[in-house]
Design a protein around this ligand. Structure first.
Ligand code: NDP
Length: 285
């Protein structure tokens, strides 16, 4: 039987509608949630992401500001701007769009963001809270993955969960979130030996590698939930994930498409975190 396709677009739309309602209620109590996205340079992919975030904010009733700085901006100038945003009462969430130009160290910049406004959940304090099991925010893409699993009734507790990729943005925090939900978690990376066998025992297989065609059908346990975080360009120039979709469709129990799977959830979770930050900073919690 073919896998159930997980509809990230639909799930994200429902989540955004709920967030919009909560934003309306918060506005009535005098707080307009606000997000500022800072972009340095003119990376074309970043421009698309930033536009999408701005549009999603507007639709949800979140005030959104985009600050675009030239590619030659110094780390000091960027940090000065962030310190100003830390003090800006209309801004509850600060997001520095990555990648940054080579003269800027992203870790140094993230460290300057007020952790209460760190809606990406990249600041060491928020990462620590996540790992301790007492999160202030949840990082957007991993939170989107968890929300999809929950929406489709896919149990995590006691299940073999395999995460492909160990980046600070996706793999590591996702593994922590699965562990916090009582999954039995393995993380694979470029030095992992026996990766195919590890994948084949997963009840939940999540790929965040960034290579088209990486996950083949024979790496999937029949009936497993397969979540494809990857965003790649295939040989035909079209957007695709890490998973060979046609092969996974025949083996998996649940499967996310690319596009239309995890991607829309990431933006919805950014709105959720901005709302959470606005509530925290305004004392509405
Ligand atoms: P990174 O490049 O930071 O990490 C990739 C990970 O994959 C690394 O841990 C790397 O291992 C591992 N890897 C690479 N090659 C192999 C291999 N041959 N075998 C096993 N592991 C391998 O990427 P990100 O985590 O930032 O993103 C991953 C993918 O997810 C990308 O396609 C990105 O575009 C997409 N993405 C999608 C989002 C969404 O909203 N849907 C949001 C964020 C990212 P090692 O650490 O050993 O180098």
């Amino acid at each position: 039987m073919a896998a159930v396709i997980i509809d990230g677009k639909q799930t994200a739309a429902e989540l955004r509608a709920r967030i919009a309602k909560e934003c309306t209620a918060l506005r009535r109590s005098g707080v307009l949630p606000g997000l500022c996205v800072v972009v340095v340079g003119d990376d074309p992919a970043s421009a698309v992401y930033v536009r999408n975030k701005h549009r999603a904010c507007e639709e949800a009733g979140i005030y959104s500001e985009i600050i675009s700085l030239p590619a030659v901006t110094t780390q000091q100038a960027l940090c000065t701007l962030i310190r100003q945003l830390n003090e800006a009462p209309q801004i509850h969430g600060i997001l520095v769009q990555l990648p940054l130009p080579p003269q800027i160290n992203p870790s140094a910049v993230i460290a300057v963001i007020d952790p209460r406004k760190d809606v990406d959940c990249f600041h060491a304090q928020n990462v620590g809270l996540l790992y301790l099991g007492t999160p202030r925010f949840s990082p957007c893409t991993p939170a989107g993955v968890i929300a999809l699993l929950e929406e489709y009734g896919i149990a995590i507790a006691g299940k073999e969960c395999v995460v492909l990729g160990r980046s600070n943005i996706v793999g590591k925090p996702l593994a922590a979130m699965l562990l916090a939900r009582d999954g039995t978690v393995s993380i694979c990376h470029s030095k992992t030996q026996g990766l195919r066998e590890i994948c084949a025992r997963a009840d939940i297989l999540i790929s965040a590698v960034g290579h088209a065609g990486f996950v083949r059908g024979d790496m999937i346990k029949p009936g497993a939930a397969v979540i494809d975080v990857g965003i790649n360009r295939g040989a035909d120039g079209k957007l695709c994930g890490d998973v060979v979709f046609s092969e996974a469709l025949a083996r998996a129990g649940h499967l996310t498409p690319v596009p239309g799977g995890v991607g829309p959830m990431t933006i919805a979770m950014l709105l959720q975190n901005t709302l959470t930050a606005a509530k925290l900073l305004s004392g509405a919690f």
